[in-house]
Design a protein around this ligand. Structure first.
Ligand code: GLN
Length: 195
């Protein structure tokens, strides 16, 4: 509906997954996974409600993989510290918007991600007025942290990122949540103990 969805189409194309824009409830019938991109979460929330997408998105998310980046992560949360946002409640977390302060309103950070014992990868990630996860339930796996806060989390078939992998052509997170062929596909790593 809004935000940098175009670069996610590119990422999905790179890993061989067909993607279509989603703007109306019936668009959800065409797909079996969803990316909620970065952008402006207050605008997105308004559009979701205006186009009667709230209930359909919650229903879709119950049984299908969903990945949210930045503003998308904000929308997937249970609680957000901004009452202009009606979060979908797909992941049991509390979010503080724009929480990382001025100096990193936009910045690149080297972060080590731990997907399993044998899979640790350092990636340069882009944070843009990023949200901070201030609370998360015990069953959520933290895949990466910045400044002692989680910035990549996996909660069942839901993946939330504070940063923008699509800007740096990092495809591993799309693979984790959507690519059944990938060794990183969440069903293959979910039994492993992640930090
Ligand atoms: N600050 C934005 C918001 O709260 C998120 C920024 C982003 O998606 N890069 O919606």
């Amino acid at each position: 509906m809004q935000g940098d969805f175009a670069l996610h189409h590119n990422a999905l194309e790179r890993i061989g997954i067909e993607s279509v824009p989603v703007k109306t409830p019936s668009d959800l019938d065409q797909i079996d996974g969803l990316v909620i991109p970065g952008g402006e979460s207050t605008t997105m929330s308004l559009l979701i409600n205006t186009y009667n997408m709230f209930e359909p998105l919650v229903r879709f998310g119950m049984s299908n993989p969903v990945m949210g980046t930045c503003a998308g992560l904000i929308l997937m949360a249970e609680v957000v510290n901004d009452d202009r946002i009606d979060p979908l409640g797909l992941i049991d977390i509390v979010i503080e918007r724009n929480a990382y302060g001025r100096q990193i309103e936009s910045s690149k950070q080297k972060v080590e991600f731990v997907f399993s014992e044998n899979h640790k990868i350092k990636l340069s990630t882009t944070l843009i007025r990023a949200p901070r996860i201030t609370r998360l339930s015990d069953d959520i796996k933290v895949l990466g942290e910045y400044n002692n806060s989680p910035i990549a989390i996996l909660s069942g078939h839901h993946l939330g990122l504070s940063f923008h992998p699509e800007l740096d052509e990092i495809d591993i997170f799309h693979q984790i949540i959507f690519d059944k062929q990938s060794e990183f596909y969440f069903k293959k790593i979910e039994h492993l103990d992640v930090a």
